[in-house]
Design a protein around this ligand. Structure first.
Ligand code: NIG
Ligand code: FE
Length: 416
């Protein structure tokens, strides 16, 4: 048992059992001032005002060592980071310099840099090395407020290396305190040796990789980079269709580089989320409005690559839900700091602090299929909690950007 008391403000309470928030609902954030919260095992079992009668009984009964005084601090749900590539073999700061000098993401990719560069390095690194470096990154993001994370393969691009990445994610699931989901992203880029015969690579993904991934139960979702210069709508259609036969729900990269048709094909296959969305127009918004797919924006990638920003405001005003995630990866977003994403949500996308919080907690939990167990302060959900440094209001979180404002993290009921 763990009792948090004297909480200045308990933020992000969801009592109506909603699994996502759409449009205007995104600006709703329920809070309680001068609150307590009780954890039993790995779950939230009670919360309320300190003036409640049952609080004094709890305070008297629970040993002092199991109580946390959160005076002056805010307590909110830990971030859910629903899109990362944090299992990777090496950083890529050389390309970063090329980018500063003016090369575009697509130009770097054409020269065999980018994802293919990571795929080359992936062949050389052992499963243990991959595992250790990823574990360190998980530790890093936990300290910055993340309590659940989705991780993709996609730097393998051979059957063996894709399986290696997914096995590493499986080990992370077993050993990390974080709640982890995995996505198979064999169709992340076309390997050099398949240039000019892309459909042969798609065949490999469909006929060899997907069955092996499914046989070892290595993935929760299937991902495709459906965009200009990468995989076409037809490729994506074939891959998602094949994945569905093995029970793999889509969760795809779409419309980062162009109006690629990725959003529509994702919706067609009932994707749990479509991610990036820089190129989202009226037709895409219409398709999403008639779906259960979570539109997910990745501010870190658009910022780092200096690209156009997805029309988040327009999407929310149209009644859509929006999630935000870090896209933590060595090429287009070398940061897993969700506090920075929260700041970008308001600075770059004009989301209010409340909308930003919902985008990074309940809606991003939905985008990784865990909003029934995480993403809000709700009785029965996992006790994945972020305790802030002393501060006056939620708005201070995105406002005072660039430093870590996490004081303590609780993951699955345990103080980290
Ligand atoms: O989400 N857009 C495609 N894939 C990654 C980039 C990965 C890389 O450059 O290594 C992304 O941004
Ligand atoms: Fe990505």
């Amino acid at each position: 048992m763990l009792l948090l008391h004297s909480i200045k403000e308990l933020i992000g309470i969801e009592e109506d059992g909603r699994l996502l928030l759409r449009g205007k609902e995104m600006s709703e954030v329920q809070t309680i001032r001068e609150a307590f919260l009780l954890i039993e095992g790995d779950k939230i079992t009670d919360y309320g005002k300190m003036t409640a009668e049952r609080f004094s009984a709890l305070k008297a009964r629970i040993p002092a060592k199991d109580q946390i005084d959160a005076a002056g601090k805010l307590v909110m749900p830990a971030f859910c980071d629903s899109h990362t590539h944090l299992v990777y073999p090496a950083s890529r700061e050389i390309e970063y310099i090329d980018k500063i000098k003016g090369l575009s993401y697509e130009e770097i990719a054409k020269r065999g840099g980018g994802i293919l560069n990571s795929a080359r390095r992936m062949q050389e690194v052992s499963e243990d090395e991959l595992y250790q470096s990823a574990l360190e990154r998980l530790d890093e993001i936990t300290k910055m407020g993340t309590g659940a994370v989705e991780i993709k393969s996609g730097y393998g691009l051979t059957t063996e290396s894709e399986l290696k990445m997914l096995r590493v994610i499986k080990r992370l699931k077993a050993n990390s305190p974080l709640e982890i989901k995995s996505s198979f992203l064999g169709a992340h880029a076309v390997p050099m040796e398949y240039r000019g015969r892309q459909s042969d690579y798609v065949d490999l993904v469909i006929n060899e990789m997907i069955p092996m991934v499914a046989a070892e139960d290595l993935a929760d979702y299937i991902d495709v980079f459906c965009d200009k210069g990468f995989f076409t709508v037809e490729d994506t259609d074939r891959i998602l269709n094949a994945g569905m036969k093995y029970g793999l729900q889509p969760k795809i990269h779409a419309n980062e580089l162009d109006y690629s048709g990725g959003i529509q094909v994702g919706v067609k296959y009932n994707a749990i989320s479509v991610d990036h969305l820089e190129f989202t127009g009226d037709a895409e918004i219409e398709a999403l409005l008639n779906s259960d797919t979570m539109p997910t924006i990745l501010p870190g990638a658009a910022f780092f690559l200096n690209m156009v920003y997805a029309p988040a405001r327009k999407m929310i005003n149209a009644g859509l839900p929006v999630a935000m995630a870090s896209d933590f990866n060595p090429g287009s977003s070398p940061s897993g700091n969700m506090q920075l994403i929260l700041s970008m949500a308001s600075i770059l996308y004009r989301l209010t602090p409340e909308e930003g919080l919902n985008a990074c907690t309940l809606n991003s939990a939905y985008a990784m299929g865990i909003s029934d167990i995480a993403g809000s302060i709700t009785i029965g959900k996992l006790a994945n909690l972020l305790i802030t440094n002393p501060m006056d209001s939620l708005a201070y979180m995105p406002y005072y950007y660039g430093v870590n404002k996490v004081n303590q993290m609780i993951i699955k009921g345990k103080l980290q």
